[in-house]
Design a binder for this molecule. Structure first.
Ligand code: IPM
Ligand code: MG
Length: 360
């Protein structure tokens, strides 16, 4: 089979980590007889530098014409002083919205070999954990009315959150479906004691729950969820939440797996296309030094193989290769902690994973 992949390398460490993931896909392709064709497009700061805008039409059209999209990361200090509408991050929100990617799956799983890298106490991680955060991605406060105005105390800024029943229902359904394929436990995270949007969220999720009697569904306030994640991560299977809460909780969840450099994501809509990206940012402080952890991006292409192309065997194999190298003690700098082992460079970690892929 031949698959067309739009390649949005982006800024900072984006090019290095996507190059690693491309190598992994090419290796999988060679082994299993698939052809992955990559079509590079500009996004974020590099697009601003070349074209003056963060998300050129050519990029959107290129993504729409492809079978799937691989994204590195966007942003950096160079573009931090631009007005909100022209910032690199705007391109990320723009492409998610343009491709209709309202479901963001962010799995936070502890690899057995990384128990020691988790900041949690040994007894909390001994049995591991495997959480799927289902984050709403094209609505809420990220996309609501915003601006500047004069208020009681003079100049003020405002951002608003709005969620329709339609938007809550479709993300809720995605979460219940995910829960059905896993341990059938779903926690819906909101702030219904304060926010109107959260009360509608809760009501809508409860209505959906009636359609999924096999799923044990409960509610949790977001402040409590943030606490419970570090108190006892094993209590969670699937978490469904809004755009902003999901952004925050997924960073927290990533850290307890050992490093934010480990967390992959799939952004899905009503087609199989999807966009696949690590949840971390462009890490401008370490860009171009070949020291980034490529695993989050490599695990993101495993998700691409699984969800966009239905290539389950191939996806499993990539995940096993990551598991193998970690079990063999391979660590990039972010995973090292206080031990004196010498960290692998990004290219070295990639080479290890490629070798594991060949030998599995
Ligand atoms: C993420 C990032 C983005 C987000 C930023 C860069 C706009 O933090 O993908 O989690 O908030 O969605
Ligand atoms: Mg984030």
């Amino acid at each position: 089979m031949e698959f067309q992949i739009a390649l949005l390398r982006g800024d900072g460490i984006g090019p290095e980590i996507t190059d690693s993931a491309v190598k992994v896909l090419e290796s999988v392709g060679a082994q299993y007889g698939h052809c992955f064709r990559f079509h590079p497009y500009l996004i974020g700061g590099c697009a601003i530098d070349e074209t003056g805008i963060p998300l050129p039409d050519e990029t959107v059209n290129g993504c729409l014409a492809s079978d799937s999209v691989l994204l590195g990361a966007v942003g950096g200090p160079k573009w931090d002083d631009l007005p909100g509408e022209q910032r690199p991050e705007k391109a990320l929100l723009g492409i998610r919205s343009a491709l209709g990617l309202y479901t963001n799956l962010r799995p936070a799983k502890l690899f057995p070999a990384l128990k020691g890298a988790s900041p949690l106490r040994a007894d909390l991680v001994e049995q591991g954990f495997d959480i799927m955060i289902v984050r709403e991605l094209t609505g809420g406060i990220y996309f609501g009315d915003r601006g500047m105005r004069t208020g009681k105390f003079g100049e003020e800024a405002f951002d608003t959150e709005a969620y329709s029943v339609f938007e809550i229902e479709r993300i809720g359904r995605a979460a219940f479906e995910a829960a059905m394929k896993r341990s059938r436990r779903l926690v819906s995270v909101d702030k219904a004691n304060v926010l109107e949007t959260s009360r509608l969220w809760r009501k809508t999720i409860h209505r959906l729950a009636a359609e999924y009697p096999k799923v044990i569904c409960s509610d949790m306030f977001v402040d409590n969820a943030a606490m419970q994640l570090v108190r006892n991560p094993r209590q969670f299977d699937v978490i469904v939440t809004s755009n902003m809460f999901g952004d925050i909780l997924s960073d927290e969840a990533s850290q307890i797996t050992g490093s934010i450099g480990m967390l992959a994501s799939a952004s899905l809509g009503d087609t199989t296309r999807g966009m696949y990206e690590p949840i971390h940012g462009s890490a401008p402080d370490i860009a171009g030094q070949d020291i980034a952890n490529p695993i989050a991006t490599i695990l993101s292409v495993a998700m691409m193989l699984r969800y966009a192309f239905g290539l389950t065997k191939e996806a499993d194999r990539v995940e096993q290769a990551v598991d193998t190298v970690l079990a063999n003690g391979c660590r990039t700098a972010d995973l090292i902690g206080s031990t004196d082992a010498k960290p692998l460079r990004c290219s070295e970690m990639t080479a290890e994973i490629l070798a594991a892929l060949q030998s599995l």
